[in-house]
Every structure is written in structure tokens, then in C-alpha cells.
Design a protein around this ligand. Structure first.
Ligand SMILES: Nc1ncnc2c1ncn2[C@@H]1O[C@H](COP(=O)(O)OP(=O)(O)O)[C@@H](O)[C@H]1O
Ligand SMILES: [Mg+2]
Length: 492
């Protein structure tokens, strides 16, 4: 598996931040400067237009009277007071007066075609940008007004003939300077914003990249089989959510795998236990068979060996039967055939088979049933197995002539069965282990004297499948009391 170096995500994020910040800033700066430029120029142009108009109306009279000295005097005054360059052109297109600037420079800026255009009654406003000058020029025609208009004080409704043209020009040094200052200002602002974007982008990218780095570390550890690692990042954003989801998933997977390991271990233990239990009877069978094959024993010995061998096969049969039972009970798909039944009836039925075994050892079985024992829902065949196992154990462990007492009573929300004997009891240390399969207290005794060691494991499993509990109490030397509690209404 290839894992991107975490740094890459970080740099990608950083780069994206910077790109976004700079492009947004650039676009805003360009729009801003353009707007400002347009605004300044339109203000200037508007002003210049007004001034041109006023100048034209001032110059109209002397121009009409062909009073050239007044024209040039007025031109100077206007140029001086408006701080503009000015030139006055007659209707033939020749320059009558130039004021305020270098005629050469001005000549460069106005073309004959433009003069003709203005003399035809049009306005022209243009901006001239050169390497060392930058100016705005406005050209307006000068009209002859009617005598009535003079009397009325200069109305503009009706224009007369064009008698000349006026070009008025304002150098834009101030505006240009303001704009260039603005440009610098925007540039500085962009620089500051870039630094800010860098810092912000850095911290944000770092904050995003760190949990991702953390996650990839943990994922790597998990892929190596280490399920104890957790992502330490916690936050209520999407990354935090992802982290806690991943942690939950790791925990689940870890638990499942641990459980699988446990199961596999249990299975292995089970198999080795089984093999161990099979070995003793098989070894014994082999040994006796060898002796008999070689003809090294007397007929009496043969009969004696055959008897042991027969018991061995009986034991093996029981072992197989118990193993099959336990395996079935422990499988997931086991279903009990539960029916409504009365515990006392069931118990008396089971005991019928056991009185005989007990009588062989001169052991008495007594049954005490308390009056209000409720009915239960149970698999009768399985519960029969439980009773037989417990009573057979008690009979086996009891001395001849003793008594086994069974009591049946209501306890809490169910029924309690107790099987008490007068045998040797069970050492306190063994009490909790007694329910384990193959567990036998007295390991020295021959397999014929005890059972398979699976009986109590089967009992416990059956009772728990019914939703009940098993228990055992014992004072060594004074017998043991096994108890089974079953719920009254465990219908399911
Ligand atoms: N009533 C009892 N008194 C003393 N020990 C008992 C009694 N019942 C069971 N045990 C002990 O518990 C062990 C396990 O019982 P069980 O699982 O039924 O196996 P098994 O009967 O095949 O030996 C027995 O070997 C015996 O040591
Ligand atoms: Mg038993």
C-alpha cells in the first residue's frame, strides 16, 4: 500500500489558499483601479466640459467682432484661472490664439480632422497618454447667438452658426499621481493580505493535515494488526466525526478479531482435551489386545481383560455421546422444544429411571415439593438430562446407605430444584471449576469410577439455554448441594 507523504496534503492546501487569496485580490485590485481611473477621468472630463462651455460663451462676442486682442487676452485669463491650455480656432480652422502652454506640444495633440469635426458642430473629449504627459482635451464649437438671446441674457435653446472652435486641455499630472498612489496602496494591501492568507492558510492547513496524518498513522498500525491505536483528534467538525467513526470501527474490528482469536483458542483447547480423553481408553484397549493376540494370558485373565475392554468401549461410547450433545448445545443454531409443563410431574417422571440405580447402592432418594410451584416452559427431554446428570453424580458420590434429598420450590420468579447428598462434598477451590468440561475433582480415580467429565457442562448449558442459573454449595465432608433455577415465564 502506498501512502502519500502527509506533507503533500499540507502543501496542496497551502498552495490552494494562496492561489485563491491572490487571484481574488488581483481581480478586486484591477477592478478597483479601473473604476477609480474611470471615476477620476469622468469627473475631470465633466469639469472640463463645463469650463469649455463657459469659455466658448465668453469668447463668442470678441470672435464675432473679430477683436483678436480681446480674444487672446480672454484666452490668457481663462487659461490662467482654470489652469488649462487653450486654443481658439476660427471658422476657417486656423489658430487665432494659444494660451497656457507650448504650441508645439499642443499641436501634436489636436488633428485637423478633429478641428473640422468640431467646426461642423460636434464635441470631442479625449484623453491623451504619452510617455511624459497625460492630459484630457475637450473641444467645443463656438456658436453665434442671436441678438434676442443677448437681450434675454444668453439662453441656449437655439444655437446659431458655428463661428469658431475652442480646444481646452488639462494636464492630468495630479490625477495620475493620485492613481499611481492608489495603485501602490492596493499593492501594499495585496502584500499584507497575502501574508495574512499565508499565515491563515498555514495554520488551517496544519490543522487539517495533522488529524489526517494522525489517521494515516493509526490506519497503518491497524493494517499491521495493532488495534489498540486510537486517533486522538477530537472536534465536532467533519474531520472529528470521521476520527470518531474510525475509532469506533477500529474498536469493533479489534473486538471481533479478539473474539475470533479466543474462539480459535477455545476450539484448539477443546480438541486437545478431547484427544487427551480418548487416549487413555484407547491405550488400554491396545495394550490388552496385544496381550491377547500374543496368547500370553490364561483364559481367566482373558475374561478379566475382555471385561475391562468392554467397559472401555462403553466409556468411549458415552464420551462420544456427551461430546455430540455438548457440541450441539453450544452451536449457534440450537433450538429448544419448549412446552408448558409442571416441574413436579417432570421430576417424578425422571426419577423413575433413577430409583433403580440408587437402590443398587442402598441409597434412598426423597423428594420434597413445596405447595405453590409454578409451571414452566421447558424442553422436557433436556431437563430430564439435567436431573439424570445431577442425581447420577450424587448417587456415585454418596456412600452406601445414605440419602439424597431433592427439593422443589418456588423461588423469585421461577422454580428452584436442589439436589443434596451426604457424600464427601467438593473442595472449595474446585467449586467454581466444577462446571468446566472434562473437569473432575478426583483425577486419580479410574474413568469407570467417574463419568466423562462433561455432565455438569451439559447441565449448565441446558439450564442457561432455558434462561436459568446453576449453583453449587458444599461443606467438604458434609455433602454437596447442587441447585438449578428456572424462570417461570421464559416462553421464548
Ligand atoms: N454430588 C457431588 N459430590 C461431589 N463431587 C461431585 C458431585 N457431582 C459432581 N462432582 C464432581 O464434579 C465432577 C464433574 O462432574 P460431571 O461434569 O458430571 O462429570 P462426571 O460425572 O462425568 O465426572 C465430578 O467428576 C466430581 O468430581
Ligand atoms: Mg456426571
Amino acid at each position: 500500500m502506498r501512502i502519500l507523504p502527509p506533507k503533500r496534503i499540507f502543501f496542496r492546501l497551502m498552495f490552494s489558499y494562496l492561489l485563491v487569496a491572490l487571484s481574488v485580490l488581483g481581480v478586486i485590485a484591477i477592478i478597483f483601479i479601473n473604476l477609480m481611473q474611470k471615476y477620476f477621468f469622468s469627473v475631470e472630463g465633466f469639469q472640463l466640459e463645463g469650463q469649455g462651455e463657459k469659455a466658448a460663451s465668453l469668447l463668442e462676442r470678441p470672435l464675432l467682432e473679430n477683436d483678436l486682442s480681446t480674444v487672446s487676452r480672454l484666452a490668457y485669463t481663462i487659461a490662467f484661472s482654470y489652469d488649462v491650455y487653450l486654443w481658439v480656432i476660427d471658422s476657417q480652422g486656423s489658430v487665432l490664439a494659444i494660451a497656457g502652454g507650448d504650441p508645439e506640444e499642443l499641436g501634436l495633440q489636436v488633428e485637423m480632422t478633429e478641428i473640422a469635426h468640431v467646426l461642423a458642430g460636434n464635441f470631442i473629449t479625449k484623453q491623451i497618454t504619452g510617455p511624459d504627459y497625460n492630459s484630457l482635451i475637450h473641444m467645443t464649437p463656438i456658436y453665434e447667438k442671436t441678438a434676442d438671446e443677448y437681450a434675454a441674457g444668453g439662453g441656449e435653446e437655439e444655437k446659431g452658426q458655428v463661428i469658431g472652435a475652442l480646444a481646452i486641455c488639462r494636464p492630468l499630472g495630479g490625477v495620475t499621481m493620485t492613481i499611481s498612489r492608489l495603485r501602490w496602496l492596493v499593492f501594499y494591501a495585496a502584500g499584507g493580505a497575502t501574508v495574512l492568507a499565508l499565515l491563515l492558510g498555514y495554520s488551517l492547513s496544519r490543522r487539517m493535515a495533522r488529524p489526517l496524518e494522525d489517521m494515516s498513522q493509526v490506519a497503518l498500525a491497524v493494517s499491521r494488526g495493532d488495534y489498540r491505536q486510537r486517533i486522538s483528534y477530537s472536534s465536532d467538525d467533519e474531520l472529528g466525526q470521521l476520527a470518531s467513526t474510525l475509532n469506533f470501527a477500529i474498536e469493533q474490528v479489534g473486538a471481533t478479531i479478539e473474539q475470533q482469536h479466543r474462539m480459535v483458542k477455545l476450539q484448539q483447547e477443546f480438541i486437545s482435551d478431547i484427544s487427551h480423553e480418548f487416549r487413555a481408553p484407547l491405550t488400554s484397549l491396545q495394550g490388552f489386545l496385544e496381550l491377547m493376540r500374543d496368547g500370553k494370558c490364561t483364559p481367566e485373565e482373558s475374561r478379566y481383560y475382555l471385561d475391562i475392554m468392554y467397559k472401555d468401549t462403553l466409556f468411549l461410547g458415552r464420551l462420544v455421546q456427551d461430546l455430540l450433545d455438548l457440541t450441539k448445545l453450544e452451536s449457534q443454531g440450537i433450538t429448544l422444544e419448549k412446552r408448558r409443563c409442571h416441574p413436579e410431574t417432570m421430576l417424578r417422571h425422571s426419577l423413575k429411571h433413577l430409583y433403580h440405580t440408587a437402590a443398587a447402592k442402598n441409597i434412598r432418594i426423597s423428594l420434597q415439593v413445596h405447595p405453590d410451584v409454578p409451571h414452566i416452559y421447558a424442553d422436557e427431554m433436556r431437563l430430564h438430562q439435567v436431573v439424570v446428570n445431577l442425581v447420577e453424580n450424587a448417587v456415585r458420590c454418596s456412600p452406601a446407605g445414605s440419602e439424597i434429598t431433592l427439593t422443589l420450590q418456588r423461588e423469585g420468579d421461577g422454580v428452584l430444584l436442589k439436589v443434596a447428598d451426604q457424600g464427601p462434598g467438593i473442595p472449595t477451590a474446585d467449586l467454581p471449576l466444577i462446571w468446566n468440561r472434562f473437569y473432575k475433582v478426583d483425577k486419580a480415580r479410574t474413568r469407570f469410577a467417574t463419568g466423562t467429565g462433561l455432565g455438569l457442562a451439559i447441565v449448565k448449558r441446558i439450564v442457561e439455554l432455558h434462561g436459568g442459573r446453576v449453583g453449587v454449595e458444599s461443606t467438604p465432608g458434609q455433602g454437596a448441594v447442587f441447585s438449578v433455577w428456572l424462570p417461570h415465564n421464559a416462553e421464548a
